[in-house]
Design a protein around this ligand. Structure first.
Ligand code: NAD
Ligand code: LMR
Length: 332
């Protein structure tokens, strides 16, 4: 029997967790032979609700669950964690943009970055789901000086899955026929779903849809899908977000076997993107690591959209830097 892997999840009493915890416990994250210890983190007022989730996890009698721990603070919750899903944050309501959430969440993620630095396993793999996910991941990474910034990633796998699913639905194919879709940039409406290298059952995707549909309908539909779901459901996407978070960590740990997926990772300057921002790139994963795919052809059209979303990330970074500086000054 393998040693259990410790998986920490924040926002453990929330909507996304109500799907993801049961998937992790069932073996969908790390495989059907890998035991897990669940470390569930919430804020004090939600600990009662969390107890209910724990009761349900116990009642599933999952064979792979080697322990369930709860904590009302990240310092205890992240102890020795090998994987951390940072889901807990304030979700966006109708009419709100992610930028509105930037400041409140900056405080949450600076504390969580420090807590990971001081308590988690040295090789911890971190996925930030809570919005604005890319900039929250940057804040957490900045607060973890003993960890490699590459250990901090943000979720654009949901956008990637949307790009695949919506295209497959449009052309009457199965999602498994679609290869080579890329989501560039921020998990926000400025993201750029790029189909230039994408194929559907071996045929170029852009030969199967017309250009006006691609530019005028498809790109905004993928990029604004989160808002459309909030409008329709009155709550943000939860099951599809949980599925994408599972896909992201599963592939990072177990590999993509040559397939390209989209992950928001620290830019190393690839494709001219500002070094340091956490930007969604095409990646392949192997041996527990990810690698940005180089050599994707970038048209003038693509360049414009890639720069636009990079600009947004740079301005989020600048806004947060001012906030963190103000906090430091207030503390002295
Ligand atoms: P939710 O409101 O149902 O649950 C959030 C939970 O987080 C709550 O139980 C709350 O008590 C908890 N929480 C808040 N602050 C916390 C903290 N500091 N530490 C630990 N727990 C904390 O929200 P949800 O639907 O589960 O969504 C969670 C986040 O994920 C939101 O920010 C949402 O916008 C974001 N999201 C991101 C994506 C993506 O693709 N990146 C997709 C969907 C949702
Ligand atoms: C999503 O993309 O569904 C989430 O990020 C929720 C949102 O605010 O759009």
């Amino acid at each position: 029997m393998k040693q259990p892997v410790r998986v920490a999840v924040t926002g453990a009493a929330g909507a996304i967790s109500y799907t993801i915890l049961f998937k992790i416990a069932a073996g969908e994250l790390l495989g059907s032979d890998q035991p897990v210890i669940l470390q569930l983190v919430e804020i004090p007022p939600a600990m009662g609700a969390l107890e209910g989730v724990v009761m349900e996890l116990i009642d599933c009698a999952y064979p792979l669950v080697a322990g369930i721990q709860t904590a009302d603070n990240p310092e205890d919750g992240f102890k020795d964690a090998d994987i951390a899903f940072l889901i807990g944050a304030k979700p966006r309501g109708p009419g709100m943009e992610r930028a509105d959430l930037l400041m409140g969440n900056a405080q949450i993620f600076s504390r969580q970055g420090k807590a990971l630095n001081d308590n988690a396993a040295k090789g911890v793999k971190v996925l930030v789901v809570g919005n604005p996910a890319n900039t929250n991941a940057l804040i957490a990474a900045r607060n973890a000086p003993d960890l490699d910034p590459r250990q901090f990633t943000a979720m654009t796998r949901l956008d990637h899955n949307r790009a695949v699913g919506i295209l497959a639905d449009k052309v009457g194919a199965q999602a498994s026929d679609v290869e080579g879709a890329i989501v560039w940039g921020n998990h926000s409406p400025t993201q750029y779903p790029d189909l230039h290298g994408c194929t559907v059952a071996g045929k170029p995707a852009l030969d199967l849809i017309d250009r006006d549909y691609y530019e005028g309908t498809y790109i905004p539909q993928v990029a604004k899908r989160g808002a459309a779901i909030i409008d329709a459901r009155g709550a943000s996407s939860a099951a599809s977000a949980a599925q994408a978070a599972i896909n992201h960590i599963h592939d990072w740990v177990l590999g993509t076997h040559g397939k390209t997926v989209s992950m928001s990772v620290p830019s190393d300057g690839a494709y001219g993107i500002a070094p340091g921002v956490i930007y969604s790139f095409p990646v392949v994963c192997e041996g527990g690591d990810y690698k940005i795919v180089h050599g994707v052809e970038i048209s003038e059209f693509s360049r414009g959209l890639m720069t636009h979303t990079d600009d947004e990330l740079r301005s989020e970074k600048a806004a947060v830097e001012t906030l963190l500086l103000a906090e430091t000054e207030a503390a002295v």
